[in-house]
Structure formats: C-alpha cells, structure tokens
Design a protein around this ligand. Structure first.
Ligand code: ATP
Ligand code: MG
Length: 222
C-alpha cells in the first residue's frame, strides 16, 4: 500500500555549502490495515520521515508510493488533493487552527473535499462524542488544554477515513487514562476503516498493541 524505496534526506544549512544527512536509505512497506509503531531517540529522524511520507518535505533521494502513486511526482495542487483524499496527519505539536472552534477544526477536511456543511458537522459531532469533548464543541482551540488539543487533532485526522494515518507522538501530552482512550479510538477506527497507522511513540507500554515496531537510529532503520 505504502512503499518507501531507498529514501534519503539531507538538509542544506544556511550560509554554507554543507548539508546534514538526517535519513539514509530507508526501505519500508506498510500494508493496508497494518499498524506500525516507530520508535527511536530524539533527533533520529522520526518526524522527518513522517513529513516525507506526508509530502510536506521532499526527499533528497529515493521515492515514496502510496496506492501506486509516486507522491514526489505530484505538483503542489495535486499533492494537496491527494493528501486530503488519502492521508491523515496528527502532528507532534497539533497544528490546529486556533481561530476556529473544535467543531470547525474537525469538519474542515471534509468541507475542503466538497462535502456539505451539514454532513461535515454531523460526522464531526460523532467524533467529538468519541473524544469526549461535547462540552467544548464551540470553544476556539487556543483555549483547550494540551490533551484536549491532541484529541481534536486525532478527530481531524480520522474524519476523512484516510488510507493511512501518520501520527507523531499523539499520546505525548496525555495522562494515562486519556492515553488508553485515545489509543483505543485510533486503533479501533483504523480497523473499522481499513486504515494503516504509522505512529511515533516513546511509550514502551504501547508497543505491543501494534502489528510491528520499527526502530530508527541516526537516520537508519535498525
Ligand atoms: N529543516 C532542517 N534543517 C536542518 N536540520 C534539520 C531540519 N529539520 C530537522 N533537522 C535535524 O534532523 C534531525 C532529525 O530531526 P527530527 O525532527 O526528524 O527528529 P525526531 O526523531 O522526530 O526527534 P524528536 O523525538 O525529538 O521529535 C535533527 O537532528 C534535527 O536537528
Ligand atoms: Mg519528532
């Protein structure tokens, strides 16, 4: 379903011809419905790998194919549409739109797809119940706690029923009981919708819930 072939990433540094290598020769296959945990020390390249797969950064070498489409060959508009149709992203630092309410943040990806406001809001409300934020539905998201923001980010990724969810430490800001709830929400939704999950986590207690665990160290899968 998703394949990364000989993927490498280096960043050029300002005012210098030097560059730093962050990822080396990553080969990865993720099947439909497969859940994979990605672990590794801080700075090992986990967020960079997710950004490449999401098409938010371009690889320096290699290629990424999702459902037979080489995402690096898409232009910026094609990529935005492709992402909306196929990929759900849960960022390490939420990336919610703070001028919008909880309901508006979660329904936005469906509105962008051309789904009616009524239908988008209905679907968003089901997810808002699932994440336990019915009493915050009309709050602007800058008023939410870290854990609440994270739950909104998760609902926003789930609403389009994407082929794959890329999640960067989605439980990093949650207490134990919210971690359990959020993991159940994510994993149950992935199973129901046939969605694959690639999730960065430092939480060893979560690893057994995944079909597979990958370790990244100094830019290489070990
Ligand atoms: N735009 C950039 N320019 C230069 N170096 C970068 C850039 N983005 C990331 N890096 C470097 O790439 C390395 C990997 O960063 P990345 O954010 O992928 O790590 P990570 O594994 O997600 O770490 P953490 O667990 O702390 O989130 C880091 O050393 C970082 O400094
Ligand atoms: Mg990171």
């Amino acid at each position: 379903m998703l394949t990364c072939k000989n993927l490498g990433k280096s960043f050029g540094l300002d005012n210098s011809t030097d560059s730093v290598n962050v990822l080396y020769d990553i080969n990865l296959v993720i099947n439909s419905n497969q859940t994979i945990a990605l672990k590794g020390p801080s700075g090992s390249g986990k967020s960079t790998l997710l950004n490449l797969i999401a098409g938010l950064e371009k690889p320096s070498s290699g290629e990424i194919c999702l459902s037979g489409i080489n995402i690096n060959k898409l232009n910026i508009n094609e990529l935005a549409n492709f992402r909306n149709e196929n990929i759900g992203i849960i960022f390490q630092f939420f990336n919610l739109i703070n001028d919008l309410t909880v309901l508006e943040n979660i329904s936005l990806p469906l509105l962008l797809r051309g789904v009616s406001k009524k239908k988008s809001d209905q679907r968003a409300m089901v997810l808002i119940e699932n994440i336990g934020l019915v009493d915050r539905v009309n709050y602007k998201t800058n008023l939410l706690s870290g854990g609440e923001s994270q739950r909104v980010a998760i609902a926003r990724a789930l609403i389009t029923e994407p082929k794959i969810i890329l999640a960067d430490e989605p439980t990093g800001n949650l207490d134990t009981s919210n971690t359990v709830n959020v993991m159940k929400l994510l994993l149950d939704n992935c199973k129901i919708n046939n969605t694959s999950l690639l999730m960065v986590t430092h939480d060893e207690s979560l690893l057994s819930r995944f079909d597979k665990v990958l370790s990244l160290e100094s830019g290489k899968i070990i």
